[in-house]
Design a binder for this molecule. Structure first.
Ligand SMILES: [Zn+2]
Length: 160
């Protein structure tokens, strides 16, 4: 059974940490450490990360650490039966559905295995498990090599 109390207690801390960052009281590096620690602590005590990040993951980019309006993309780690870790990218404004699997995106747009590894590494640097549209586009630019191609990938997120 999930421990909701620990998640909500950590959530109030995370909101305070981000407030401190916005007021220039905490460094960028330390915000990353604290938010990452909050999520790790939640896992250790059977908490839920979406509760820890409530009010954060839809407005605070874990990569550029900016509060932004507009679409946010949630990164969901999961493990396949063969133990290979993959990353799913979901549009959080669509209530996390439909998910777009990075593997499917890679297949549709001819990304190589190395491309997927690079994306996974970059995505893992998001301390809130979410990316703003600008950051997600920049990651895809590294693979596609052009913003036009990246925009095609982005359109795929909105397909049924
Ligand atoms: Zn960003």
């Amino acid at each position: 059974m999930s421990n909701h109390s620990v998640s909500y207690a950590l959530n109030s801390m995370v909101l305070k940490i981000i407030e401190g960052y916005n007021d220039n009281e905490i460094s960028e590096n330390y915000v990353r450490k604290l938010v990452t620690k909050a999520l790790a602590t939640s896992y250790e005590h059977d908490g839920n990360d979406h509760e820890v990040l409530e009010g954060v993951s839809n407005s605070f980019c874990g990569k550029c650490l900016k509060m932004k309006k507009g679409d946010f993309f949630k990164i969901v780690d999961y493990c396949c039966s063969n133990g290979v870790s993959l990353v799913r990218v979901a549009n959080s404004f669509l209530d996390s559905e439909p998910f777009k699997d990075l593997k499917d995106i890679a297949e549709k747009f001819n990304f190589s295995k190395e491309d997927i590894k690079l994306l996974e590494r970059e995505f893992n640097e998001s301390c809130t498990n979410a990316l703003c549209t600008d950051c997600l586009k920049e990651e895809f630019d590294k693979i596609t090599g052009s913003r036009d191609k990246t925009n095609e990938v982005m359109e795929y997120f909105y397909e049924e």
